[in-house]
Write a protein that binds this ligand. Sequence first.
Ligand SMILES: [Zn+2]
Length: 409
Amino acid sequence: MHDHRELGRELGLFGTDPLIGAGLPYWLPDGATLRHTLEEYIRDAERRAGYQHVYSPVLGKRELYELSGHWAHYADDMFPPMDVGGEQFVLRPSLCPHHALIYRSRSRSHRELPLRIAELGGMYRSELSGVLGGLTRVRAIQLNDAHIFCSLDQAAGESAAALELIRRAYADLGISAVRYRLSLPGPGGKYVSDPAMWERASALLTGVLDDSGVPYERAAGEAAFYGPKVDIQIADPAGRESTLSTVQIDLHQPARFGLRYTGPDGAPHRPVMVHRSVVGSMERLVAQLLETHGGAFPGWLAPVQIVVLPVTDAEAEYAERLVRRCTALGLRARSAGTDRGTLGARIRAARLVPYHLVIGGREAADGLASLRLRDGRRPGPLPVDEVLERVAERVGARSAELWEPVPVG
Ligand SMILES: [Zn+2]
């Protein structure tokens, strides 16, 4: 395993500055490219699964969090309120209250349910400077979040579907969970006091986990203040666990916000909120991807997918034209010319780039490229058209395999 902070520096993905503050990383161009790719992937997966995307502001009035229950149960993790013209605003500690208000913005019928509202949005946590490091503990969090408003009958099915989305995303991203945890309340004042509510929500999630067939462990004292959670745990190189993905059943906030829908009987009913995050925060996800892959991302995720290497200056112009062709095809390519050292040194410097196209005199003359893969394979000199077509196919399919041999016969 690898340290994501070192790899982030080597690859030029992100950084920090004391003038911005600890736990507030910025994303450099290649890091932003990686993040865009992940964001597009998850939004696409959500659209296909019937989610609708919204945007909502990263602040809200203090009264909003008093209503949601965050003020009473979660204030220690929140930034203090800001006074503006006699009103108090808070950097939001979660997206749920905004989404509850979007649900409440007009009357809802049972025909609209389940209503799946998704947002990749900012939220904030007032961590102390001493515990912050890299992308794993941050104060500004970009969360892949969603809230499913549904009937009680639909809550188990929606939770199971969210678990399936998580399973597929982990397969596509090449990351693995160390355990599934059913996070239940513990003693103390952190939790909403409503034993019947906890029993009902916990029974629902237990049923979902039992039906899914994944092994899981129960953990008291790890629930959200408003409800139990399924947490999908990952581990860093030191074996420290953290939660990446989560599925939660919430019977508390719908009541606090007075959410309703009109049932088939014409009477008002209270929806359930299923909170879920498929890939967690962009920060923690990128840290985990860096550590899992050692920076050698699957081709579709790599910030630079192709490096073009002219052997001598005579091929420099051909190499630049090739980079422009890759870019026009939607592939992320760069050239590394002789000013960056010997061919061997340039190949080593590009050790994490999936595809190396070496261009000598013969290649430039005949419209070829000598393809080398990051893993050491050398499919050899091939027509440029064929190389680019096959790389684009691998990337488009989000394949974990960089190259497939051409089928014989
Ligand atoms: Zn939520």
